[in-house]
Write a protein that binds this ligand. Structure first.
Ligand code: ADP
Ligand code: ADP
Length: 576
């Protein structure tokens, strides 16, 4: 069988060893130091092992790394734009006395040995230099710069890999192909020209238009090849996206189109990334690679793009002669009202205003239940997205009551609980401070450490309830701003978070205190009592602030319910 498109660097490197060697390595691995691969490293190892990163045979050594960062070339001069490196801690190197020729067992999060690394180099990289050269910026607004500067270990270890087995995936197995498998498929079907279409978005109309245009103009078959590893933070998760791809596949001719999922960890590196993507698709056996507007780009916190719209196309052009995959360049496409479809901007009617919906806008529109216009996407895609981003009335949410002891948190939360149960739209769980301390945190006291741990546990439980579209009501003192923020971040990922500050003045709380705890604290009988001898950091921007001095518990609860109603979390409420 001859390869129709030669793999980058000449041969496709499948780094998984044969069964006998694998058995031998497996038993030797018990004597080797273990490195637990981070998520990013695991994605990289998978593509190193299966040949998608050919001609790489492992993690870059120092010389290769320097040359890749500086010139986008490997030590032997072959084009390769992305530093593929293994970052480890100082302790790992020193505790295991690592040096050249040491071997390390690389493990998956489940503890499986995936590959053995034989070390060639150990060095401390200049991360800022790497960021500047590869990403063109050192701004931590760039997700990969942020990762490099804040989440990357200080030591790089280079070396060759011997894979014990290819990592497996348990989802969408019918669309998982390694480079050897797509190549085999293309040969079997007689596909000698294949466009490999990159995307990290659900395929909306513009993506489908571009993919089919690329195939049509080059008279090639189409491999829809979306990234399902790491993409830009905030992107639609790949489970949902793959359901969208499967749904939209019906619009393509099954005789000429295939869907394959690419487990790549993107770097959002614009120009360098585009070149890398082209090389990877060449390894999968594609003959053509489309690059459109701002390929694999991202923007800073003010919305300013890090890369020019056509910078990726220009950059790849400099290396094109050395690739065996042809670049298909696309101008920015816009929706033309007149032509009722997507067209290159320069061909669109003059004076037309272009409509555009960003990923963030789309998610907001879905959550608020707003109608998404037909020019933007297809009903079958939107149906999948609606499932994932339900309107507020279908989302789960957490109401988090915070405040001094005896401020009224439990009393109000209990009434809200009763009203929501009466309403019956979703299951409700009340995580009251005392109940939680009894069931989840019985060993904890009231030091800052213990209080934070307690709140984080509650936050975790509430986030699970919220994720599964229930309602969690938490009533805890939760005195620390930072911990409340962490809980908010966790929960807002999966649903709504409503912080209610029960802001009853301490004098009133003291008067209401049935257990006489304030008195005991003032007499020094109890330590760490919030409001007396322990701090309470008042929230700056709670969604609801209640001073219960002059109100009844029912009125306070009603305020919370009205807020939930006005924000769309519950429908028109029968007032008490
Ligand atoms: P990424 O480039 O990060 O993968 P997308 O999934 O949005 O992001 O894009 C997939 C491909 O489609 C890229 O080559 C991109 O340049 C191209 N593309 C997306 N939208 C447009 C558009 N409106 N005009 C031209 N090209 C586009
Ligand atoms: P926490 O949970 O904040 O420690 P509790 O709800 O256990 O506070 O206690 C608050 C006490 O104050 C209860 O005895 C409650 O009946 C009384 N109370 C009086 N007015 C109100 C009000 N408007 N809101 C809440 N509680 C009130």
């Amino acid at each position: 069988m001859t390869d129709l498109v030669p793999p980058h660097g000449g041969t496709l490197k499948d780094l998984v060893v044969d069964e006998t060697r694998a058995q031998k390595l497996k038993s030797e691995a018990t004597q080797m130091p273990d490195w637990d691969l981070t998520e990013r490293q695991l994605w990289d190892v998978e593509l190193l092992l299966n040949g998608a990163f050919s001609p790489l045979e492992g993690f870059l050594g120092k010389e290769g790394y320097n040359k890749v960062v500086k010139d986008a070339r490997l030590a032997d001069g072959t084009v390769w734009p992305m530093p593929i490196t293994l970052d480890v801690t100082d302790e790992f190197v020193s505790n295991n006395l690592l040096e050249e020729a040491s071997r390390v067992a690389l493990r998956s999060p489940e503890g499986l040995v995936i590959a053995i690394l034989t070390i060639t180099d150990i060095w401390r990289p200049d991360i800022e230099w790497e960021a500047k050269n590869v990403l063109g910026t050192t701004s931590t607004d760039h997700p990969t710069v942020h990762k490099l500067l804040h989440e990357t270990n200080p030591v790089y270890v280079g070396g060759t890999l011997e894979g014990l087995e290819h990592p497996t995936h348990h989802t969408f197995q019918e669309h998982r192909y390694r480079p050897q498998e797509t190549r085999r498929l293309f040969t079997k079907r007689g596909w000698d020209r294949v466009v490999g279409f990159q995307t990290r978005n659900p395929m909306h109309r513009v993506h489908c238009a571009l993919a089919s245009r690329a195939a049509r103009e080059t008279e090639a078959n189409l491999l829809i090849h979306p990234v399902v590893g790491e993409t830009k933070p905030g992107d639609v998760d790949h489970f949902t996206r793959t359901r969208c791809y499967k749904a939209v596949l019906d619009r393509f001719n099954p005789q000429t189109t295939e869907l394959a999922l690419l487990p790549l960890a993107m770097r959002m590196a614009g120009p360098r990334e585009a070149l890398w993507h082209a090389i990877i698709r060449q390894n999968y056996g594609c003959s053509h690679f489309p690059i459109g507007r701002d390929h694999a780009g991202c923007s800073d916190d003010d919305g300013k793009d890090f890369y020019g719209p056509y910078e990726a196309q220009e950059y790849v052009g400099r290396f094109e002669d050395e690739l065996d995959i042809e670049i298909v360049r696309f101008e920015e496409h816009v929706y033309s009202e007149k032509k009722q479809g997507y067209v290159p901007k320069s061909e669109a009617e003059e004076g037309a205003t272009f409509k555009y919906i960003s990923g963030t806008q789309l998610r907001e529109m879905l959550k608020s239940g707003e109608k998404i216009p037909g020019w933007f996407s297809y009903p079958e895609v939107l149906e999948q997205l609606r499932e994932r981003y339900p309107s507020r009335q279908e989302q789960g949410f957490t109401v988090f009551f915070t405040g001094l002891p005896s401020s009224g948190k439990s009393t109000i939360a209990n009434i809200v609980n009763a009203k929501l149960l009466e309403h019956g739209s979703r299951p409700v769980t009340l995580l009251d401070g005392d109940i939680v301390r009894k069931n989840l945190s019985s060993e904890l006291g009231f030091s800052k450490h213990d209080r934070d741990l307690n709140i984080r546990r509650i936050g975790f439980v509430a986030s699970e309830i919220t994720k599964n579209r229930g309602i969690a009501l938490c009533a805890n003192i939760a005195p620390y701003q930072e911990t409340r923020r962490q809980v908010r971040d966790l929960i807002e990922e999966v649903g709504g978070f409503i912080l209610v500050h029960v802001d009853t003045p301490v004098e009133v709380c003291k008067k209401r205190d049935r257990k006489g705890l304030y008195e005991k604290a003032e007499e020094g009988i109890i330590d760490n009592f919030t409001g007396v001898n322990d701090p309470f950091e008042a929230p700056e921007n709670p969604e609801v602030r209640l001073d219960t001095t002059e109100t009844t518990p029912e009125q306070a609860a009603n305020r919370v319910l009205l807020h939930l109603q006005s924000e769309g979390f519950i429908e028109e409420f029968q007032n008490a």
